[in-house]
Design a binder for this molecule. Structure first.
Ligand code: PMP
Length: 417
C-alpha cells in the first residue's frame, strides 16, 4: 500500500479519464509532482506573507527574510553541508552550472588544461564546460561507456591526471538512471588538485546525499526534481572555493558598497544572489525537503519495490532493449523497441493517457555513442503504484503485438512497411 501518493493532490485533480484512461505519470525524472505542503507554502506566501527579503524593516519583510534564510539552513542540513553559507540559490541546475563555469578564474585551474566529464552527462553539464574550455584554451576528456551506457571506471580514471583542472560529473544519469561511481573520481581529483563539480539533479529525490562525506567542491540540483516548485535550484560549494569564484551577475543585494565608478561585494553565498530571488519557490523547496526528510525511508522502500516490479514486468516483453545498468538505478527504465520507433510508441502511450519521456533526454552525445536516436524513459517516484506499472506494461505489450500483426500482414500481403 502506497501511503505517500495521498500527499500529492494532482492525482485527485487529474482523475478525469482521457479516452477512457486514467492518468499515469511516469516522467518524474523530467519533473516531480508536488506534495500538498509545498503547494500550501507557495499559496501561503502570496496569501499572507508576500514581502521582499533583506530589504525592509517592516514585520512582513522580516518574517519572509527569516523563512527564506531558514530554508537555506534546511537545505544545508539536507546535503550535510558544514554551513548554510555554502548554499547559493539559483534558478536551477543549469544556472548553477553556468554560474560556476562563468565565474572560475585562471587561478583556480591549478595550471591544468583538461576538463573531465562523462559520456552520460546532461547538456547542462557539457555545454558550459565547452565555453570555459574556449575561454582558457582547455580541452575536454570524456569517461567512456560500455555498449549499454555504463561508465568504464578504470578507463575513466586513467583520463584523470596532473593536467586535469576540472572534473564535472553527474551523480545519476538522467537518460538512463544509472547511479554513477563518482567517489573514486572525487578522490583522485583531490590528489591532483582538480575542482570537482557534481550534478545531483537526479540523485537528491532518491537517496540521501552527504556533500561533506563526498568531499566534492560543488554539488548542484534543481528544486523541481525533488518535489519543489520550478524556478529554484541549489548550488552547494565549499566556502573557500565559492569565495574564490567571481560574481556571476552584479546588481543589488550582493553589494557591500557602491560608488559611481566601482563597487565591493559581499561574501558567498550573497555575492552570487543579486536581484529579487524566487522567495515562494524557495519556501516551497524548504517544504519539499521537509517532506523528503520525513518520508525518506518510505520513499526508498516504495521506489525499490516498484522498480523491482517494473524491471521484472518489462524484461518479460520480447523485442525491447533496456539501456543502462538496471542494478544501480534510481527507478528508471530507458528502452527502445526493435519493431516500433520511439516517437510512435510514445504517441500510442500518450493516447492511453500515459506520460513518459521520449527522445535524447538532453544527452545527445550519449545517444550518438550508443548509436540510437533516443529512448523511451519510464521514471518512477514515490507516488507511483503497481497499477501504473501494469498500465504501461499492458500498453507497450499491446502496441508491440499490434505492430507485429501489422508487420505480419504487410509481409503476407507483400506490401512494404
Ligand atoms: N542535469 C541533469 C542530470 C538533469 O536531469 C537536468 C534536468 N533534466 C539538468 C541537469 C538541468 O536541470 P534544469 O533544467 O532544471 O536546470
Amino acid at each position: 500500500m502506497n501511503t505517500l501518493r495521498q500527499h500529492f493532490p494532482i492525482f485527485q485533480h487529474m482523475d478525469e479519464n482521457v479516452h477512457g484512461y486514467q492518468w499515469v505519470y511516469l516522467d518524474s525524472s523530467a519533473t516531480t509532482q508536488k506534495p500538498q505542503n509545498v503547494i500550501q507554502a507557495v499559496n501561503q506566501f502570496y496569501l499572507s506573507g508576500n514581502a521582499n527579503v533583506h530589504r525592509a524593516s517592516h514585520d512582513v519583510a522580516r518574517k519572509s527574510t527569516e523563512a527564506y534564510e531558514q530554508a537555506r539552513k534546511r537545505v544545508a542540513a539536507f546535503l550535510r553541508a558544514s554551513s548554510h553559507e555554502e548554499i547559493v540559490w539559483t534558478k536551477g541546475a543549469t544556472e548553477g552550472m553556468n554560474l560556476i563555469a562563468s565565474s572560475i578564474t585562471s587561478d583556480m585551474l591549478n595550471g591544468g588544461k583538461r576538463i573531465l566529464i562523462s559520456a552520460t552527462e546532461h547538456h547542462a553539464n557539457i555545454v558550459p564546460w565547452q565555453r570555459l574550455a574556449e575561454r582558457f584554451g582547455m580541452s575536454i576528456d570524456v569517461i567512456p561507456v560500455d555498449e549499454k551506457g555504463v561508465w568504464k571506471l578504470n578507463d575513466g580514471l586513467s583520463l584523470l591526471g596532473e593536467n586535469t583542472a576540472i572534473v564535472a560529473l553527474g551523480h545519476v544519469s538522467n537518460a538512463l538512471g544509472n547511479i554513477n561511481p563518482i567517489s573514486p573520481f572525487i578522490d583522485k581529483a583531490k590528489e591532483v588538485g582538480a575542482l570537482t563539480i557534481i550534478d545531483g539533479c537526479q540523485a537528491v529525490a532518491h537517496f540521501p546525499v552527504d556533500v561533506t562525506a563526498l568531499d566534492c567542491d560543488f554539488y548542484l540540483f534543481s528544486g523541481h526534481k525533488v518535489f519543489a516548485p520550478m524556478g529554484v535550484g541549489v548550488l552547494y560549494g565549499k566556502a573557500d572555493v565559492l569565495n574564490a569564484l567571481q560574481p556571476y551577475q552584479v546588481g543589488g543585494e550582493m553589494i557591500l558598497d557602491v560608488e559611481y565608478t566601482h563597487s565591493s561585494y559581499r561574501d558567498a553565498p550573497y555575492k552570487f544572489e543579486t536581484g529579487t530571488p524566487n522567495v515562494p519557490a524557495i519556501l516551497g523547496l524548504a517544504e519539499a525537503i521537509q517532506f523528503v526528510q520525513t518520508h525518506f525511508d518510505e520513499i526508498q522502500r516504495v521506489e525499490s519495490e516498484l522498480y523491482e516490479y517494473l524491471l521484472e514486468s518489462i524484461s518479460a516483453i520480447k523485442g525491447l532493449e533496456l539501456w543502462g545498468d538496471n542494478t544501480r538505478s534510481v527507478g528508471v527504465v530507458s528502452f527502445t523497441s526493435s519493431t516500433i520507433n520511439n516517437q510512435d510508441l510514445g504517441i500510442l502511450l500518450n493516447e492511453q493517457n500515459i506520460a513518459l519521456r521520449v527522445g535524447h533526454h538532453c544527452a545527445m552525445p550519449l545517444m550518438k555513442t550508443l548509436g540510437i536516436s533516443g529512448t523511451l524513459r519510464i521514471s518512477l517516484s514515490c507516488y507511483n503504484t503497481k497499477d501504473d506499472i501494469d498500465r504501461v506494461i499492458a500498453a507497450i505489450s499491446r502496441a508491440l503485438s499490434h505492430e507485429n500483426d501489422t508487420m505480419t500482414m504487410s509481409v503476407e500481403s507483400g506490401s512494404s512497411i
